[in-house]
Design a protein. Structure first.
Length: 222
């Protein structure tokens, strides 16, 4: 049974999520502050954490950084902070996805399922992925039917395809593909993503696989 740790200082949200997640056959632990979350995660390691950012004893991003010091457990942030800066900070700290309050339960459950699926996938090595009518082999850098990509396009595409469903921030992509000195050059990403969509998406103006999360980053949707 999948174990989920829910961290929130609102007792009504804790109770509602505990009831709804258990009804869907999840094993649920709860914590109401950051220290409790870190203790619970160490004592009974969860398969996934749903984490609020506005905790009474520490900021949720600090909790994420604390967890990332020793754990790769998937983290879905659930927060009332809608500002893009807070979202990017949480994602850069190591969160896997972000849901804004007020939230729909169906959306949260869908995000939980997506992150859980991704965490259970085999380690990337000889992975293949599909974008539109193209099958992309990441082990030998081939595309069927044949489509030519530049080295930079390959790097950007590979970062996305190796993390299906995961929102990757602009800052992380710029750092990993172009280097740390390019952390603010978001126009690079826009241009290269547009080129990848023109080459791979069936309708580049309405992409189904190479998705933009405005103000935050990009994700590959299988």
């Amino acid at each position: 049974m999948t174990r989920i740790l829910v961290v929130d200082d609102d007792p009504q949200i804790l109770r509602a999520l505990r009831i709804n997640l258990r009804a869907r056959k999840y094993d649920v632990d709860v914590a109401s502050d950051g220290a409790g979350a870190l203790h619970a995660a160490a004592a009974h390691p969860p398969d996934l954490i749903v984490l609020d950012l506005g905790l009474p004893d520490m900021d949720g991003a600090e909790v994420i950084r604390g967890l990332r010091g020793w754990s790769t457990v998937p983290i879905v942030v659930l927060s009332g902070r809608a500002d893009g800066t807070d979202k990017v900070a949480a994602l850069d700290a190591g969160a896997d996805d972000y849901v804004t309050k007020p939230f729909g339960l169906d959306e949260l459950l869908a995000r939980i399922r997506a992150v859980t699926r991704r965490s259970h996938q085999q380690e990337p090595g000889a992975a293949t992925a599909t974008v539109g009518r193209y099958t992309i082999d990441l082990s030998d850098h081939t595309i069927t039917p044949d489509q030519r990509l530049t080295p930079t396009e390959w790097q950007l595409l590979e970062h996305l395809l190796r993390n299906p469903g995961k929102l990757i921030t602009q800052r992380q992509l710029l750092h990993d593909v172009w280097g740390p000195q390019y952390g603010t050059e978001t126009n690079y990403l826009r241009q290269y993503m547009a080129r990848l969509r023109r080459k791979l998406e069936e309708d580049p103006t309405r992409p189904r696989h190479l998705i933009t999360e405005p103000g935050m980053g990009y994700r590959y949707q299988p």
